[in-house]
Design a protein around this ligand. Structure first.
Ligand SMILES: Nc1ncnc2c1ncn2[C@@H]1O[C@H](COP(=O)(O)OP(=O)(O)OP(=O)(O)O)[C@@H](O)[C@H]1O
Ligand SMILES: [Mg+2]
Length: 182
């Protein structure tokens, strides 16, 4: 079984491949549902492609015949009473949302969210990743643009010590706000 963070990496990777400059990763911890939104300003998909993306035998990849990122996440979401919704406009971008039953037995564990966000940010330095997590009134957000602003132009963000600093900073904030989910 995949962790939710592995699904997140898959979907964000789609946005990176779609040449997005900005990617939003918004996690909402509701009373009953967990929502994961990934919104990008990449190349988008036409209606025909969009219809096919939840089918495991569709991919625009030429190296491999099946695309599994979206179908696997959809299958796991549906097993928990959730769903996957995708909206896309060619040349404008894509909005992806997966919902999971928060306390459902079949919900995959979250995995290490702070580490995943930190690695996604520093591993794709030319993409502005805007991460947010909210639960009721509480919310935490951090973006690549903010991190670059704080560190200054001459600092390369793809350094292990920056990944590790970001991971600790995000973990502390999520813990403080009681947003750590297993
Ligand atoms: N954010 C996006 N922007 C534009 N096209 C997308 C986006 N996400 C998915 N697609 C299109 O949908 C197809 C299917 O995506 P999916 O993640 O299911 O499989 P894949 O990326 O092709 O392969 P895998 O995820 O298994 O490596 C992609 O090949 C791509 O054409
Ligand atoms: Mg994919």
């Amino acid at each position: 079984m995949k962790d939710l963070t592995m699904h997140i990496v898959d979907i964000v990777q789609n946005s990176v491949r779609a040449e997005a400059e900005n990617v939003v990763l918004a996690i909402e911890i509701g009373e009953e549902m967990l929502s994961i939104k990934i919104i990008d300003d990449g190349c988008g998909m036409d209606a025909e492609t969009l219809e096919k993306v939840t089918d495991p035998f569709y991919t625009s990849r030429t190296t491999r015949k099946v695309g599994l990122g979206i179908p696997l996440m959809k299958q796991n979401a549906e097993l928990t009473g959730g769903e996957v919704k995708i909206a896309s406009i060619v040349g404008e971008g894509t909005e992806f949302e997966a919902t999971f039953g928060l306390t459902h037995w079949d919900r995959p564990p979250m995995g290490n969210l702070p580490e995943t966000v930190a690695m996604t940010m520093t591993g794709n330095p030319s993409v502005n990743l805007m991460f947010s997590c909210s639960k009721g009134e509480a919310s935490f957000a951090v973006s690549t643009a903010e991190v670059k602003e704080i560190l200054g132009d001459d600092v390369n963000i793809s350094q292990p010590k920056i990944t590790s600093f970001l991971k600790d900073m995000i973990a502390e904030n999520l813990k403080e706000l009681e947003m750590i989910i297993d």
